[in-house]
Design a protein around this ligand. Structure first.
Ligand code: ATP
Ligand code: MG
Length: 573
């Protein structure tokens, strides 16, 4: 596995232009040599058959980023040539996600279906030029006639139909005279081409399906390979950037431009798609996860979708930073998901306020603290950011600490609380555990402690030092909360790999979601807004989920604090 990016970059300016990459080099050269006559123009062309994922974010950052860096334009174009799979819900989610990532297509929103009339007209033009024909072979026959990588294909018996017959049949295809799948329109290129894509590819198929925008107007639909270059030509795209699997389609792309729109500028360039470990990225698989209920919708915080990452608490800045760090290459690689997590930690380190939340509470009573008294301690919001200020946090006789922060029989090097031991409560006082209270079955239900009033944080120096500092909440002001903890959705690094001989869903991590119902958070968090992000001291970064109700906030853990990726990078150096 290859990991990408560098860990040691300090604070970053997200507004700056894209770093150099090979496509930018091509553009710079095209501008210098005058190869591109007009403005640099790119497009992001999603098929509206699912929600966008982090791989799409890479393509969005690249296409919109190239346009911005070169004073050019980037269009949003829905590649909606396949009527049976597309839904308006996806169109809307895609627009929302692109905007949320921080990009804008202004008034340049297009649909491949806007060009159905043009595509038809140009297909007729190809027929008239003797460069396209109606073929009656079945799809299996077409496949058999196509040959293999080592053997040339065979001409279709319909290849030499007259232009008149082709024009007539194609028109009747359009008019609905023939059954679905009974005929196709094919380009007449070269059945012996070493490139399989050039062996008379299909341009049009008959398909009676209602289209989300054109309704039942058409019963023939153009193929992606045909409509895509034409869409690029119509929109004056100069650099048509796509992923590597289309490299073999480039000669066909060029053929359509030459034969339909000679002189049009678009040229196709391919870059490596993003793969992440512990993740699946194919829309078909993501769709299965949603439809078969393995996750709670496209925006489930465990999903690699933009909406899932957003709901988890990722910021647009962190995703753009990630896309910048992984770079744009011509060779496929797998990026460590730890790098994505590293990017959000870096972004939130200065931005997120640090607050206290106790996920598994254990009651502490300070026996020498006055009953019913509450004092409000001043605690800084973020030591990394002097502008973040401070807040008042209540302190009193009854508190909660984390169950895990107490051990009745402490193991070696346990610097937290144990019988007779002392710890500092963050931003407050040193306390000493005097007594352990248990219920009838022997469970620890309360610690009775004393506090030392001379050890107030920020107060006069007491000269006393203890090894452990614990987070806590004061009992009467604490707010109950639900906290959702996440792990990778898959237990193996490459769930797509069929070597395991099983379906990818069998590799789902059964612990990918853990819900903690009885958490307690400091009162400050009653004002939190959906998507607002915090650092819960010692627990990680969290964001407020939309499932929150008044009096019962729900928090998603974005990432724990420990940065495995930075650590890996360190040991690798
Ligand atoms: P499917 O899973 O349905 O094959 P797709 O990847 O082809 O999906 P599209 O909606 O056609 O999805 O993709 C829109 C654009 O995003 C295309 O230009 C595509 O190359 C790019 N893209 C898709 N997946 C990735 C990825 N993992 N990394 C980088 N770019 C991607
Ligand atoms: Mg696609």
């Amino acid at each position: 596995m290859t990991t990408a990016g560098t860990a040691d970059e300090a604070s970053r300016d997200f507004s700056r232009e894209l770093p150099a990459n090979f496509i930018q080099d091509i553009i710079s050269n095209d501008l210098k040599t005058g190869k591109v006559r007009s403005t640099i123009h790119t497009r992001f062309p999603p098929e509206p058959n699912g929600y966008l994922h982090i791989g799409h974010a890479k393509s969005i950052c690249l296409n919109f980023g190239l346009a911005k860096a070169n004073n050019g334009l980037c269009n949003l174009r829905f590649d909606d040539t396949n009527p049976s799979k597309e839904e308006t819900e996806f169109v809307e989610s895609i627009m929302r996600d692109v905007r949320w990532l921080g990009f804008d297509w202004d008034d340049r929103l297009y649909y491949a279906s806007d060009y159905f009339d043009k595509c038809y007209e140009w297909a007729v033009q190809l027929i008239k030029a003797g460069k396209a024909y109606v073929c009656d072979l079945s799809s299996e026959e077409i496949r058999a006639y196509r040959g293999t990588l080592t053997e040339p294909g065979k001409d279709s018996p319909y290849r030499n139909r007259s232009i008149e017959e082709n024009l007539n049949l194609f028109e009747r295809m359009k008019n609905g005279d023939f059954l679905d799948g009974s005929r196709v329109l094919r380009a007449k290129i070269d059945m012996a081409s070493p490139n399989m894509n050039m062996r008379d590819p299909v341009l049009y198929r008959i398909m009676r399906a209602t289209h989300h925008r054109t309704g039942d107007k058409w019963c023939i639909y153009p193929m992606y390979d045909y409509s895509h270059p034409l869409g690029d030509a119509i929109e004056n795209i100069t650099h048509s950037v796509c992923t590597l699997e289309f490299a073999d389609h480039r000669p066909l792309y060029d053929w359509f431009i030459e034969n339909v729109r000679p002189g049009a500028e678009p040229h196709q360039y391919e870059f490596a798609r993003l793969n992440l470990n512990y993740t699946v990225m194919s829309k078909r698989k993501l769709r299965r996860l949603v439809e078969e209920g393995y996750v709670n919708g496209w925006d489930d915080p465990r999903m690699p979708t933009i909406s899932g990452l957003r709901r988890r608490g990722y910021t647009p800045e962190s995703i753009r930073d990630f896309c910048e760090r992984i770079g744009v290459a011509k060779r496929d690689s797998v990026v460590d998901i730890g790098l994505l997590e590293h990017c959000i930690r870096e972004d939130l380190n200065r931005k997120a306020r640090r607050v206290m939340a106790v996920l598994k509470p254990l009651k502490v009573v300070l026996t020498n603290y006055p009953e019913n008294a509450v004092e409000w301690l001043d605690i800084e919001n973020n030591p990394e950011n002097p502008d973040a200020g401070s807040r008042k946090v209540p302190f009193g006789r009854e508190l909660y600490i984390e169950q895990d922060d107490f051990m009745e029989v402490p193991v070696k090097k346990f610097f937290r609380l144990s019988p007779g031991g002392e710890v500092r409560l963050k931003g407050a006082f040193i306390i000493k555990c005097e007594e352990v209270v248990k219920d009838a079955s022997g469970n620890i239900i309360e610690l009775r402690c004393t506090y030392d009033p001379n050890t107030r944080s920020g107060g006069p120096a007491s000269g006393r030092k203890v090894k452990g500092t614990l987070h806590w909440v004061q009992a009467s002001h604490a707010i109950p909360a639900e906290v959702r903890l996440y792990e990778n959705l898959f237990i193996v690094e490459d769930p797509d790999n069929d070597e395991y001989g099983t379906d990818f869903v069998s590799k789902i991590n059964p612990n990918s979601l853990q819900v903690l119902q009885n958490c307690l958070v400091e009162p400050e968090l009653a004002q939190a807004q959906v998507e607002e992000r915090f650092q819960f001291l010692r627990h990680g970064y969290f964001s407020l989920d939309q499932d929150s109700k008044p009096g019962l906030p729900v928090f998603n853990r974005i990432v724990p604090l420990r940065d495995s990726w930075a650590k890996i990078q360190k040991t690798a150096q």
